[in-house]
Design a protein around this ligand. Structure first.
Ligand code: TMP
Length: 205
């Protein structure tokens, strides 16, 4: 079963994942992330840091996803493992249309077409939502801000995430990221357990 965790920068994904490691230890999940589960992710980080043109950047994120899917996600799912990914294809569908706006006639359609036929649809996606100003307050002031860590961009990214969730309500679970960390983690862990139990009863499509 493939579970993904999504949300804007500062939404608390990393803290949630750290807690899930502890709470779901008995299920022996594979924790992974995008970008960066393979060496391709290093070129993506470099592209973000150096502000490559948005098409190059989008294609690098897609390449990272392809390598991630091929080397880790697909083999783990075929082996019947529970996989939990910190960011996945919805990150592309939420972030890149904002950056590609004006450069392509329909950036989301373009991105969906690039993923069609090989990417694996998550079984369940947790989307952490919070006011953008709260997300920005959580940034470490000592660290250099990445390009995406900007209020205007994050507000648009969050809007894209919400419309993705609206168009696929059976897959998305929206989580209030302002709730106490432990409460969020317990809720998410319980949902994963419930779904893992019912997915064992039905074969994977
Ligand atoms: P991270 O902070 O979760 O490691 O992600 C790095 C940045 O890359 C973050 O600002 C979100 C952005 N990103 C995209 O724009 N598109 C993508 O497909 C992914 C996976 C991340």
């Amino acid at each position: 079963m493939l579970i993904t965790i999504e949300g804007i920068d500062g939404s608390g994904k990393s803290t949630l994942v750290a807690r899930l490691r502890r709470l779901l230890d008995d299920l022996d999940p594979i924790f992974t992330r995008e970008p960066g589960a393979t060496w391709v992710g290093e070129s993506v980080r470099r592209a973000i840091a150096e502000r490559m043109d948005p098409i190059t950047e989008a294609l690098l994120f897609c390449a990272d996803h392809a390598a991630h899917t091929d080397t880790l996600i697909r083999p783990a799912l075929d082996a019947g493992r529970l996989v939990i990914s910190d960011r996945y294809s919805d990150s592309r569908f939420a972030y890149q249309p904002v950056v590609l706006d004006g450069l392509l006639p329909d950036p989301l359609l373009w991105l969906r077409q690039i993923h069609a036929g090989w990417s694996i649809r998550p079984d369940l996606t947790f989307l952490l939502i919070l006011p953008v100003r709260d997300a920005i307050e959580r940034f470490d002031p000592a660290k250099k801000r990445e390009y995406f860590e900007n209020a205007g961009i994050l507000a648009r990214v969050q809007e894209s995430y919400l419309s993705l969730a609206e168009s696929d309500p059976a897959r998305f679970i929206i989580v209030d990221a302002l709730l106490p960390e432990e409460e969020i983690a317990r809720f998410v862990a319980d949902e994963i357990r419930m779904n893992a139990r019912s997915s064992r009863r039905r074969p994977r499509a």
